[in-house]
Design a protein around this ligand. Structure first.
Ligand code: NAD
Ligand code: IPM
Ligand code: MN
Length: 362
């Protein structure tokens, strides 16, 4: 059986890291005899917007809905298209319309990478951020009144639903239950945000009763960010609302050396819709066009996508390929500048693809 994958590179370095993601997937597919059928799309990019006046064609749901996975790069050309237009017209639409309510973002210090935190070694940082991905602070509810006058008012509501909170908590608790440490940390702010966050805490407490084996704690988001830096070894599964999860999932990977390695899986756990796999980073206009972007985030996303398809071994082989190349260090492997090396995007991607192929011959 073949898996159908929609390839949507988007903007900026999305176009540079995507070919490396595909190269790694093809290496794994050959080694494990999988059939992956890629189809490329130019929409969900600012160039498409500049040509068509919209980010997506009218029938995008029909075009994408039948795929097994969406392999996505990054969107955003803030000099040409305002971010809220490009992102609400693409990535945020996909998450909502395809009900990808879990955003799973691993933070792991890999061998060969130096953490900016003193004395942290691989194994010391190894946790998941589970981010609520369809509601909360990103709910587009509100408006602007008295525009252009002294009385101008803007209001944007945070919408949290019982179903919306419970389903992401359930995913996070189940993940924690499968991990050796069985620990779950909830990100809250119920001391200051007096309606939604106490409710979030209540739902965490209620869900915890169904998972007596999981050790649960919670921190307010302010001290939680401090603890990510001071005690990253405390964390195993961290569950958070949409905005808190967004912030934690850049901070976590920064603690593991560079956001260039961080992947994310926007998952519809019921498989009613395709899930979407994209690096945590954006289109990085500051380094675009130089072939120096780190492709590991995109490549690791490929591993998460294969795991989502049920090809665990092939997914693991991609992660092992990444680790083998990183472990060689910047002297021996063509690591990109964010990893302290002098390699290019394509050289690093080729080295990882070769390691994925070689893994089979060991
Ligand atoms: P960014 O992640 O694009 O870049 C932040 C910094 O990290 C930059 O200095 C960049 O050079 C560096 N960086 C990012 N990815 C890297 C990689 N793979 N290798 C090496 N260095 C890397 O965030 P930003 O600057 O806030 O946003 C730029 C644009 O991307 C904006 O339009 C923003 O809205 C968009 N964005 C999109 C996504 C997405 O599509 N998922 C995510 C974040 C930001
Ligand atoms: C991410 C990004 C997006 C988000 C932006 C680009 C809308 O930062 O995927 O983390 O906030 O979710
Ligand atoms: Mn983000």
């Amino acid at each position: 059986m073949s898996q159908r994958i929609a390839v949507i590179p988007g903007d900026g370095i999305g176009n540079e890291v995507m070919p490396e993601g595909i190269r790694a997937l093809e290496a794994a597919a050959r080694r494990f005899d999988l059939k992956l059928d890629f189809r490329h799309f130019d929409f969900a990019s600012c160039d498409y917007y500049l040509d068509h006046g919209r980010m997506l064609p009218e029938d995008w749901k029909e075009q994408l809905g039948g795929f097994d996975g969406l392999f996505f790069g990054a969107v955003g050309m803030p000099d040409k298209v305002p971010d809220h237009i490009s992102l609400w017209g693409s990535l945020l639409q996909f998450r909502r319309s395809f009900d990808q309510y879990v955003n799973l973002r691993p933070c792991r210090l890999m061998p060969g990478i130096r953490s900016p935190l003193a004395d942290r070694r691989p194994g010391d940082i190894d946790f998941y951020v589970v981010r609520e991905n369809t509601e909360g602070e990103y709910s587009s509810v509100g408006g602007r009144m008295f525009e252009g006058t002294e009385r101008e008012v803007v209001i944007q509501d945070t919408v949290m639903t019982r179903t919306g909170i419970d389903r992401v908590l359930k995913y996070a608790f189940e993940l924690a239950e499968r991990r050796p440490r069985r620990k779950l940390t909830s990100a809250t702010k119920s001391n200051g945000i007096s309606i939604t966050m106490p409710y979030w805490d209540e739902r965490v407490q209620a869900m915890a009763e169904h998972y007596p084996n999981v050790d649960v704690d919670k921190f307010h988001i302010d001290i939680l960010t401090a603890n990510f830096v001071l005690h990253p070894d405390w964390f195993d599964v961290v569950v958070a609302s949409n905005l808190f999860g967004d912030i934690l999932s850049d901070l976590g990977p920064a603690c593991t050396g560079t956001i260039g390695v961080a992947p994310s899986a926007n998952i519809n756990p019921e498989h009613h819709f395709p899930s979407l796999f994209e690096p945590v980073h954006g289109s990085a206009p500051d380094i675009h066009g130089r072939n120096i972007a780190n492709p590991i985030g995109q490549i690791w996303c490929g591993a998460m996508m294969l795991e989502h398809f049920g090809h665990e071994q092939a997914g693991r082989a991609i992660v092992e390929g990444i680790e083998a190349v990183l472990a060689a260090g910047p002297e021996a492997a063509p690591l990109t500048p964010d990893l302290g090396g002098k390699g290019s995007t394509s050289e690093l991607g080729e080295a990882i693809a070769a390691a994925i192929r070689d893994g089979g011959q060991r």
